[in-house]
Design a protein around this ligand. Structure first.
Ligand code: PLP
Length: 392
């Protein structure tokens, strides 16, 4: 018997563990001193009232014989797939319910989608990036290439026609950099992918944070994307569903590779390995897309965006270079004074008692950079940034 040896090629992720250990050591050495956490990657506001009401009502339905539900459709209930199509229609994107697959969040589908692609494919991944893309491909033994984010390209790497990629990951708005591709930039990626017969895996988990006029919130706003892109979305950050778990994946009809429709392959995969998202949760998710629900979740995202502005304004005032902070809950800053990511972490914790996340933990190109997040409470963030500004 042999294990999947590819797992031995995974790099241990010490990032959040090391952060926690360092904060704990600081606390022990400085009892009673408050620590301001700007490293949180999870939402902090509760579910919207419209969602809670729908969850309760659906729970009651499950307790009555006449309305009880057993197994649902693998690809999700029609009511939710239609609600997602309605959401896209408002962006000017025409989708059919058959192109929408309800998931238990973007993370699972971003990993699972790889089942339908050969391990012989070469994968192109931005650096720095959300670590799931790299690790899921290492597990399968695929060849991974990186495209470097830098100060020069605003951490929005662009295609290079000499690079032979088959699977391309794009994340916009990006975690950790907060960078957002505009339509022209996405069009360049779509042309590159269509030209090569590659597939773009577009992670739109933070699409609801995009507020600037003209910036795309879906890759399908770009001509040609329907023949090369799969889009992954989530209600985690949009509607506070990190613990409730619901998302959706879009695979357009007509997206074919190797003569096979990818939509059909994915349905085959899901019907074999997935038994759907709970009915109760899908009803809660449906409520997000109602007018009332949308208004409520938008107010929560607005709150986080206003937090992000507090951080961005403080950095601007201090002349610190950064990306994000606008159209994103993440702020990605250049460590002052040429410090490394971890040097700056230690400096900030010791001197301002503020905790962020060292950029080097998101990839080699993240060295010398640092991530702050806007998911906390306003007062905490204001205090943290006053202290930050005092030591820069
Ligand atoms: N994609 C990105 C870029 C993320 O940052 C996250 C969560 O932090 C996810 C996907 C996962 O989202 P979900 O909670 O829907 O699995």
């Amino acid at each position: 018997m042999k294990i999947n040896g590819n797992y031995l090629n995974l790099q241990e992720s010490y990032l959040f563990l090391t952060v926690a250990q360092k904060v704990e050591a600081f606390r022990r050495a400085n009892p009673g001193k408050p620590v301001y956490r700007l490293g949180i990657g999870d939402v902090t506001l509760p579910l919207a009232p419209a969602v809670v009401a729908a969850l309760k009502e659906a729970s009651d339905e499950m307790g009555r014989a006449e309305t009880f539900k057993g197994y649902g459709d693998y690809e999700g209930y029609g009511f939710l797939r239609e609600a997602v199509c309605g959401y896209y229609a408002k962006k000017g994107v025409d989708l059919k319910p058959g192109e929408v697959f309800i998931s238990d969040g973007a993370k699972s589908d971003l990993g699972n989608i790889l089942d339908i692609f050969s391990n012989d494919n070469t994968v192109l991944i931005p650096d720095p990036v959300y670590p799931v893309y790299v690790d899921t491909n290492i597990m399968a033994g695929r060849r991974v290439m990186f495209m470097e984010g830098s100060e020069g390209n605003g951490f929005l790497p662009m295609p290079d026609n000499s690079v032979p990629a088959d699977i391309i990951y794009l994340c916009s708005p990006n975690n950790p950099t907060g960078g957002v591709y505009d339509k022209e930039q996405l069009k360049a990626w779509v042309d590159y992918a269509n030209g090569r017969g590659a597939v773009i895996l577009f992670d739109g988990a933070y699409e609801s944070f995009v507020r600037s006029e003209g910036l795309p919130t879906s890759i399908y706003e770009v001509d040609g994307a329907r023949t090369c892109a799969i889009e992954f979305c989530s209600l985690s950050k949009t509607a506070g569903f990190t613990g409730t778990r619901c998302g959706y994946t879009v695979i357009p009809e007509g997206l074919e590779r190797g003569g096979q429709p990818l939509n059909k392959l994915w349905l085959r995969r899901q019907s074999t390995k997935f038994n759907g998202v709970p009915y109760i949760i899908q009803r809660g998710a449906q409520a997000v897309f109602t007018e009332t629900g949308m208004g409520q979740v938008r107010r929560n995202v607005d709150y986080y965006l206003a937090n992000a502005k507090v951080i961005a304004d403080a950095l601007t005032e201090k002349g610190v270079w950064f990306t994000g902070g606008l159209n994103s809950p993440y702020i990605w800053l250049k460590c002052p004074g040429g410090m490394s990511s971890w040097q700056f972490f230690d400096y900030l914790l010791e001197n301002a008692n503020v905790v962020g996340t060292p950029g080097a933990g998101f990839g080699a190109a993240g060295e010398g950079f640092f991530r702050l997040t806007a998911f906390g409470g306003r007062e905490n963030i204001e205090m943290a940034m006053r202290r930050f500004a005092g030591v820069i």
